[in-house]
Write a protein that binds this ligand. Structure first.
Ligand SMILES: [Zn+2]
Length: 410
C-alpha cells in the first residue's frame, strides 16, 4: 500500500527529518503551494530525493470562491488564460470580493485549455531545476545537514517528473449534477493530449453509493491508476453503510484499477486488505475533505494522534489518557522515555504522527484481518473502561473503532 503524505508550507523541516522521510512513499504537493512559492517549493521538492506528485486542487475554482488569496491568483495563472481572466477581471462578480465559477463557464474549450495547462504544469515540473540552481544548492545543503548525508543527490534526479500526473477535477454530488458533465469534459480533454495513458483521473463523488459507477465511467484511454475523493466523507464519522459501500467498491474494482484514496486515514490502511492501492493524507490534517470548504488549509492545531484510537485528540486529553493507562503510551522515538503529549513541540507532534502512521501501516501489513478487527474492538472497550476514570469533559472518540471493525466484517 502506497502512503502519500501531503506537504504544507510549514512542514519543510519535518520532511527533512530522516525518520519522517522513511514513513511514506510519495510526497503530495498542493498546486496552490507549488504555484505561490514556486521557486522555493520546486527547489525543496526537486532536491528532496523524494517521489512526488502535484495535487491540482481545481475544486477551489468551483462555484463560489470567496475572498481569493494570493495563492488562488498564482494557481489560476497556471490553469490557462480563461480561468485566469475570470478571476482577475471578475467575470461573474457576486460581491466585491468573490468570484463565481459556474459549470457553464467550464465549456469544452475552457476545459481543454485548463487540462492542457495543468497537465503541462505537472509534466514540466522537473524542468524547473535548470532555472533555480542557486536555490537547489541551498536546499540540497539543508537536506544534507538534516540527514547527515553528505549530499549525493544525482543532478539528473532533480529533473525527475512527478510519479503521477493528475487530471483536474471537480466535486460532484450525483450523476444529475452539472459538474459531472464538466468532469466528463476534462476527461475528454485529457484523452486528446499526448500519452493520455499516464494521466490519472480523480473521481470525485460525495455519494459513496455512486462511486463505483463513477469510476467505471473513466475513459479507458486514461490511466487505470485512479484517485478518488468522496467530499465530506470522514472515515471516523461515516455511517457503517457508507464504510461498507466504499469497501465494496475497492474490493470489486481493485483488479481493473489501482485505486488511491485522496483523503484517508487508518480505515483506508485497513482497506489495503481489500485491495486499496494507496491513500493520501496531510502531515497532521486532511484525512477527509469537505467541499465547498476546500480552501481551508493552514497550520494544524496542536493535537496528538493516539495510536490505539487512530484519532487525534487535544494534547491535554492525550496526556490524561496516557497517564491513566500506560497501554496507550507510544514507543516511537519522539515519545519514548515517558514524555507526555503536552511536552511535545509542534514539530515533534508531527514527527510522532508520521511515525504512528508508519506503525499503523506495518501492523496492518503483518496482522490478519480478523486479528485487526479484534484489536479495534479490544482498544475500544479498553478506552471505554478508561473513560470512567477520567474527567467527564474529556472527549475521547471511540465509536469509529467498532464501526470500522464491523465494516470490515463478513
Ligand atoms: Zn510517538
Amino acid at each position: 500500500m502506497l502512503h502519500f503524505l501531503a506537504y504544507g508550507n510549514s512542514d519543510q523541516a519535518s520532511f527533512r527529518d530522516l525518520e519522517v522521510r522513511q514513513c511514506f512513499d510519495i510526497l503530495t504537493v498542493p498546486s496552490t503551494i507549488a504555484s505561490y512559492y514556486s521557486d522555493a517549493t520546486a527547489a525543496f521538492v526537486l532536491s528532496s530525493q523524494l517521489d512526488y506528485m502535484i495535487e491540482p486542487r481545481t475544486p477551489l475554482f468551483q462555484e463560489m470562491l470567496q475572498a481569493p488569496r494570493a495563492s488562488h491568483y498564482t494557481l489560476a495563472a497556471e490553469m490557462g488564460e480563461t480561468v485566469n481572466a475570470h478571476l482577475n477581471k471578475g467575470g461573474e462578480v457576486v460581491d466585491g470580493n468573490s468570484r463565481y465559477f459556474s459549470p457553464e463557464f467550464y465549456s469544452d474549450d475552457v476545459c481543454r485549455e485548463m487540462v492542457t495547462s495543468m497537465v503541462d504544469f505537472q509534466r514540466q515540473y522537473g524542468g524547473r531545476s535548470a532555472q533555480i540552481t542557486d536555490k537547489l544548492n541551498r536546499y540540497r545543503k539543508l537536506l544534507a545537514e538534516a540527514t547527515g548525508d553528505s549530499g549525493t543527490t544525482e543532478r539528473n534526479d532533480e529533473k525527475r517528473e512527478p510519479s503521477y500526473i493528475l487530471c483536474p477535477y471537480f466535486a460532484v454530488r450525483s450523476f444529475s449534477d452539472k459538474w459531472w458533465k464538466v468532469v466528463g469534459r476534462t476527461w475528454n480533454a485529457a484523452t486528446q493530449l499526448d500519452d493520455p495513458g499516464v494521466i490519472s483521473p480523480v473521481v470525485s463523488m460525495s455519494d459513496p453509493s455512486l462511486l463505483r459507477e463513477a469510476i467505471e465511467q473513466v475513459p479507458s484511454t486514461l490511466s487505470s491508476k485512479v484517485f478518488f475523493w468522496i467530499p465530506g466523507f470522514d472515515e471516523k464519522q461515516a455511517s457503517l453503510h457508507s464504510l461498507v459501500q466504499v469497501r465494496s467498491v475497492v474490493a470489486d474494482l481493485n483488479e481493473e484499477y489501482d485505486l488511491f484514496n485522496l483523503y484517508g486515514g487508518y480505515f483506508s490502511i485497513l482497506l489495503g486488505k481489500f485491495g486499496l492501492a494507496g491513500f493520501n493524507n496531510g502531515l497532521g490534517y486532511s484525512e477527509s475533505r469537505e467541499w465547498p470548504t476546500l480552501d481551508s488549509t493552514g497550520a494544524a492545531p496542536a493535537r496528538y494522534y493516539v495510536r490505539k484510537l487512530h484519532a487525534y485528540v487535544s494534547t491535554a486529553t492525550a496526556s490524561a489518557i496516557v497517564e491513566a493507562d500506560p497501554a496507550f503510551a507510544c514507543e516511537c522515538s519522539v515519545c519514548r522515555g515517558g514524555r507526555l503529549p503536552t511536552e511535545l513541540t509542534y514539530h515533534e507532534l508531527k514527527r510522532h504522527f508520521a511515525l504512528a502512521r508508519a506503525w499503523e501501516i506495518e501492523i496492518a501489513n503483518s496482522a490478519s484481518l480478523p486479528d485487526l478487527r479484534d484489536t479495534l474492538r479490544a482498544d475500544s472497550s479498553r478506552c471505554d473502561n478508561l473513560r470512567n476514570r477520567l474527567p467527564s469533559h474529556l472527549r475521547i472518540p471511540t465509536d469509529h473503532l467498532n464501526r470500522w471493525a464491523e465494516a470490515l466484517d463478513s
